[in-house]
Design a protein around this ligand. Structure first.
Ligand SMILES: [Zn+2]
Length: 243
């Protein structure tokens, strides 16, 4: 494992960011829900381009070995129950994996941090089932907190506390962290490293970050395969321009 250095820019292949994967037609004011048929079209596109979707942990390990060129990171925030029903079978069918970022203090609950419709969150058994299916579980804090400007005690609880909860659930190391709302600052990123995580990702692909502020591309509910192809291409251009 290479030493992770805060402030050292890391150039990685594109990482796509999803939330809920569900065929539900209920209102979705926060634009969190991608239909499974749409996810399937995105996975088919990756396959057609000779790319394979993997967890962010696997992507970083491949990068260190120099074998990440044909990989794309797939990430799913919040840990909705629909993930097991609708995303896991598709990922398996296409021979791909991904990372699910779980809100450790809301396991078995719902997305009470959002105004509006309630989506169910996976129970501990479901989180273990996702891990057992070969996917990576990462932390998305205890309460889906905004971390920019948070005090040290809050950072310790949300970042370190959530890692401990998930490690207790999984009985294994949790390497990845994801900032809710993409809200972070230097203190938060330092706290992520201090809590023992290997890496962390933000929301948004506009800034090439370091290992604890890795960029991702948001996938909207209306994104066709063509939109995703454009996002993948844009990512490579950005990394080249900033590199
Ligand atoms: Zn979230």
């Amino acid at each position: 494992m290479t030493a992770a250095v805060r402030g050292t820019r890391v150039s990685i292949p594109p990482v796509l960011m999803y939330h809920s994967i569900s065929p539900s037609a209920e209102p979705d004011p926060h634009r969190l829900r991608v239909h499974p048929s749409r996810l399937e079209r995105h996975l088919r596109l990756l396959r057609r381009l000779g790319l394979r979707g993997v967890s962010l942990g696997e992507l970083l390990q491949a990068r260190e070995r120099g074998t990440a060129a044909r990989l794309v990171g797939l990430t799913f925030d919040d840990g909705y129950t629909d993930f097991l029903d609708h995303a896991v079978p598709l990922l398996r069918q296409y021979g791909m994996t991904g990372t699910v970022y779980v809100v450790a203090g809301r396991i078995g609950g719902h997305n009470e941090w959002d105004e509006g419709p309630r989506f169910g969150l996976m129970t501990a058994d479901q989180v273990r089932a996702v891990a057992a299916s070969g996917l990576e579980i990462g932390s998305h804090t205890m309460t889906h907190a905004r971390l920019a400007g948070a005090d040290p005690a809050t950072l310790a609880e949300e970042i370190g506390g959530s890692r401990q909860v998930l490690q207790d659930v999984l009985q294994e190391e949790v390497a990845g962290f994801c900032y809710p709302y993409g809200s972070y600052d230097d203190a938060a990123a330092d706290a992520v490293q201090a809590a023992g995580y290997d890496h962390a990702c933000v929301t948004g692909d506009y800034v090439p970050g370091d290992r604890f502020t890795l960029p991702r591309c948001y996938v909207s509910p209306r994104d066709t395969a063509a939109h995703v192809a454009v996002r993948l291409g844009r990512h490579h251009v950005r990394q080249r321009l900033s590199g």
